[in-house]
Design a protein around this ligand. Structure first.
Ligand SMILES: *Cc1c(COP(=O)(O)O)cnc(C)c1O
Length: 377
């Protein structure tokens, strides 16, 4: 008998409370019933984003909200700065290219965080850059960037800071307002404990100034339409009603538990996963690791794609492999959303089993032992 478990950095497991809420018959969206749900959802989104700014909701994956940020802030020929230290940082550059935005890349070695000072230097040279695009947790490498320090640089300037927090919001701290982050982008299937299909952008007053002037083509993603509707607790177009109902439940659970408690849990779990990997003789890929996903270097004799495939197909345990240049070389385990210590015990046990079968020599049980010991500290 095979059971399926998700330990991937998106999608993540969905709690039964959320699944049940979504299993109710459809309701219409232009009704007081949906309006009440939508209003509560939007209030709780502000708690999640730690902001008083508007948070716009779109029916798309996280990348849609990234594209929304680009088209609402910039026009063809405008200058932007893109921090590229992994596959998702590079996506900012790819979207800018699609809209003929003139972008200055900051190429960071995969596995390390961007040096905030480097952003300050590039910004000094390119004072006309309207936007700096960054990533909080670079999910492809498991790196956490120091958004607080980066926001210190853009805060007093006319440049708007945009943060891709798709894998990190609700998992690690991001104080949108008190740090001075202008636009935060996230998606539904990572830290928010619901399936894929919703994405969000929070937009500061400073960023709103660019929204009025931007000339990039846009229609569904036009923040001006989103704002007009949101001001009336309404949506410009048909919302993904079922996902909004699920999100409302999930956000209530997050608020009940509190962000502080969730961040602390992820910190502990990530520390214990790292300890487990080291005890098995494995190396952590990221020099500046995030607490939501752990990227681990695969041993020489093990192709990580094969490892992922065997764990999933033979044992039902899904972790992620490496992307682009890291394909076959790393594997990634998420400590994100509805995942607790015993989900990870199961994941590490499966990892030990399959690594051993694939010929990697280590003492069975070492990883689990170190994981438990770290959590008992
Ligand atoms: C998952 C992820 C994305 C892409 O989100 P999709 O929902 O697949 O479009 C972008 N950035 C980061 C940091 C991610 O983790």
């Amino acid at each position: 008998m095979k059971k399926n478990f998700l330990l991937t950095p998106g999608p993540t497991p969905v709690p039964a409370e959320v699944l049940l809420a979504m299993a109710t018959p459809s309701i219409h969206h232009r009704t007081p019933q949906f309006k009440a749900i939508f209003k509560e959802m939007n209030e709780n989104l502000k708690y999640l984003f730690q902001t008083q700014n508007d948070v716009f909701t779109f029916a798309c994956s996280g990348t849609g909200a990234m594209e929304a940020a680009v088209v609402n802030l910039l026009s063809a020929g405008d200058k932007a700065i893109c921090v590229q230290g992994g596959k998702f940082g590079e996506r900012w550059g790819e979207i800018c290219r699609a809209y003929n935005i003139d972008f200055v890349p900051i190429d960071v070695e995969w596995g390390i965080a961007v040096e905030p000072e480097e952003i300050a230097q590039v910004l000094k040279k390119h004072k006309d850059a309207k936007v700096v695009f960054t990533t909080q947790c670079e999910t492809s490498t498991g790196v956490l960037n120091d958004i607080k320090a980066i926001a210190e640089i853009t805060k007093g300037t006319d440049t708007v800071l945009v943060v891709d927090a798709i894998s990190s919001l609700g998992g690690v701290n991001l104080e949108t307002d008190s740090w001075g982050v202008d636009v935060v982008v996230t998606g539904s299937q990572k830290g928010l404990m619901i399936p894929p299909g919703l994405a969000f952008c929070s937009v500061s007053k400073k960023a709103q100034g660019l929204v009025e002037k931007a000339k990039s083509p846009r229609y569904y993603f036009d923040f001006r339409l989103s704002k007009k509707a949101l001001d009336k607790s309404d949506t410009a177009f048909t919302p993904a009603i079922t996902l909004c109902i699920g999100l409302n439940e999930a956000l209530k659970m997050i608020k009940r538990e509190t962000l502080e408690v969730i961040f602390e849990r992820n910190r502990k779990l990530a520390r214990a996963v790292r300890a487990a990997m080291r005890a098995m003789g494995l190396k952590i890929f990221a020099k500046d690791p995030a607490d939501v996903v752990t990227a681990v270097c695969s041993p020489k004799e093990v192709d990580s794609d094969k490892l992922v495939k065997i764990m999933r197909d033979e044992y039902g345990v899904s972790i992620a492999g490496g992307q682009a240049q890291l394909k076959g070389k790393i594997f990634r385990i998420a400590q994100l959303g509805y995942v607790n210590e015993f989900d990870l015990v199961m994941g590490i046990s499966c990892l030990e089993t399959v690594l051993s079968k694939m010929g990697y020599k280590f003492e069975l049980g070492k990883g689990i032992g170190a994981f438990e010991a770290e959590l008992l500290k």
